[in-house]
Design a binder for this molecule. Structure first.
Ligand code: V4E
Length: 227
């Protein structure tokens, strides 16, 4: 079976009450929901060191991993385009457990950690975690308010995490192999409409969580330029 995969182009931003007012005046709130995330890795951080983020979100497995397009062709971009590219991240999100399992095994096998088992785990059977030496290193609940602007295809999320950090995200989904650059341009346009002027990478929830509760892993990922 071939799974149609999409790439999440995303830019994080700091938001204030003013941002919220602007959003409420030019955008439409499309809902609020909560999700609980549990992130897994080996004691040596073999997944996150490769920028792979294995998580269980509200009971469903997801793997967020880098795309090959992340930094290719930047030298041909104009100044404005490269600022947009630096502020945005690109990740593939895989939601299909057999494929997640296969990818995780491949990575851990490379690192000489894999067992013998070939069959795919079924949803609800988490025994593969301990077999691959995976345990939960971060866990938090997020309350997310989502907005869209009338035109544009950019989703705007305002996230509040239960450990006391909030962050905004502008996100465009691009089919794999699609036009990441025009997604970045859309995100830049939306940021301007919202009056977001920051030109620095903003820390996400995981950065803050690790810095606060897992400082050793945080340092390790910082040194490896993952964060
Ligand atoms: C990819 C990644 C991490 C996993 C969490 O991803 P994030 O998008 O921050 O979480 P969330 O809850 O908003 O997920 P969504 O619902 O959008 O899928 S933790 C760190 N990274 C890498 C990373 C990075 N290096 N730089 C920035 C700005 N963001 C993420």
């Amino acid at each position: 079976i071939l799974f149609q995969m999409s790439v999440e182009v995303e830019r994080k931003f700091l938001f204030s009450d003013d941002t919220l007012k602007t959003l409420e005046s030019i955008g439409v709130c499309v809902g609020e929901h909560q999700f609980h995330d549990q992130y897994y890795d080996t004691p040596e951080s073999e997944l996150t060191l490769r920028d792979m983020w294995l998580r269980k979100r509200n009971g469903c497995w997801e793997l967020k991993c880098p795309t090959s397009t992340s930094s290719s062709g930047r030298e041909e971009l104009s100044g404005e385009q490269s600022v947009a590219a630096v502020l945005c991240t690109c990740y593939k999100e895989i939601n299909n457990l057999p494929e997640i399992y296969q990818r995780v095994r491949e990575v851990l096998k490379e690192a000489g950690k894999d067992g013998e088992l070939e069959e795919t785990p079924s949803q609800g059977d988490d025994s593969w975690l301990s077999r691959l030496n995976l345990s939960c290193f971060a866990e938090y609940t997020t309350t997310r308010r989502s907005f869209t602007l009338r035109e544009g295809g950019v989703q705007i999320d305002l996230d509040q995490a239960d450990f006391g950090h909030h962050v905004g995200e502008l996100e465009v989904l691009v089919p794999e192999g699609g036009d990441v650059q025009s997604a970045q341009e859309k995100i830049t346009e939306t940021a301007l409409k919202l009056g977001l002027t920051g030109d620095k990478q903003v820390e996400g929830k995981m950065n803050v969580f690790l810095k606060r509760y897992r400082p050793e892993q945080y340092e390790k990922l910082l040194r490896a330029h993952v964060l």
